[in-house]
Unconditional design. Structure first.
Ligand SMILES: [Zn+2]
Length: 302
């Protein structure tokens, strides 16, 4: 237990995952997760659906994670895909300040471009202004199509709006984009996909080539084919392939903590001095149990 490496997955959509995933992640060393707000696979038709989703990210999901010994934080924003419904987008934008101030919200995100439409551009910029005003970190989703141009444009726009690149995490990088991101002083996050795109064998080579400064590994696991253990698996593959432990620690834990702890809401003490798991606890009268014995750690009173 003592020398098990601590892992942070700074991009994972736990709402779409099961309690088995939480258990497996905790067993693999994941101590904290960040859940970006995103689209749900099907477009929402009314602002109330966004409101309930945001509320679950700051409420129920955070509670659910705690029941498995994992600290849960989130990022709040209007995703690029749904920015294209402008009437709805206007209403969602109005809602954001209410949630950006909540206890476990560590950044504005995930925002950026999908198809790089004028509406996406408009709401991306609007949210960058919001982040600047609130002095918050930004988590940027880069497009999967036309990735290189979309990544460059995302960074240009951030700089144009006067954001500090050191407070902007550019996600879903690959070997084609990483150099540009690091050279401009942004944080480069890599999503490890189990079957296609960025696999963890490739990630090992990225760290070997570019080092561990300003590089973050995440799973982006969601409702699609994805792996919530991508970060711990990549960490162990890196060690196996001779990457120094220090570099693994930075890319799979420390760099994410450094940037996302900026507004003081995500703190290492949260998991270094755990209160213990008490599954007898309820959230609005609901528990994660289905009639089984709750797990209650004996040492929870500290
Ligand atoms: Zn995502």
């Amino acid at each position: 237990m003592e020398d098990k490496m601590m892992i942070i997955d700074p991009h994972v959509h736990m709402t779409s995952r099961t309690t088995d995933d939480y258990e497996a992640m905790a067993a693999a060393g994941v101590v904290a997760v960040i859940e970006p707000s995103f689209w749900l696979g099907q477009p929402r038709t009314q602002v109330g659906s966004f409101q309930d989703y945001f509320s679950s990210l700051v409420g129920w999901e955070r509670f659910r994670a705690s029941q498995f010994g994992i600290q849960h934080y989130c990022t709040i924003g209007l995703n690029s895909k749904e920015a294209n419904n402008e009437a709805l987008a206007e209403e969602v934008i109005e809602l954001l300040p209410l949630y950006l101030h909540k206890e476990n919200v560590v950044a504005v995100g995930e925002i950026g471009y999908d198809d790089q439409t004028p509406a996406e551009d408009k709401y991306f910029r609007m949210q960058l202004e919001m982040a600047k005003e609130l002095d918050m970190v930004v988590q940027v989703h880069t497009p999967h199509r036309d990735k290189k141009a979309g990544t460059l444009k995302s960074m240009e726009v951030c700089l144009e709006h006067g954001l500090d690149p050191g407070k902007v995490v550019i996600d879903h990088n690959n070997e084609e984009t990483v150099r540009d991101v690091l050279d401009r002083g942004f944080i480069a996050a890599f999503t490890i996909y189990p079957k296609t795109k960025m696999g963890n064998e490739r990630m090992v080579e990225v760290v070997r080539k570019f080092g561990s400064d300003n590089i973050i590994v995440d799973s982006s696991a969601d409702w699609g084919v994805s792996d919530p253990l991508a970060v711990p698996k990549t960490a162990s593959l890196m060690l196996k392939r001779g990457i120094a432990k220090e570099d693994v620690h930075k890319t799979c834990y420390q760099n994410a903590l450094d940037v996302f702890s900026y507004n003081g809401k995500m703190k290492e003490e949260d998991w270094l001095n755990p209160k213990g798991i008490n599954q007898a606890q309820l959230y609005n009268d609901n528990s994660v149990l289905r009639g089984q014995e709750p797990r209650i750690d004996a040492d929870q009173i500290k």
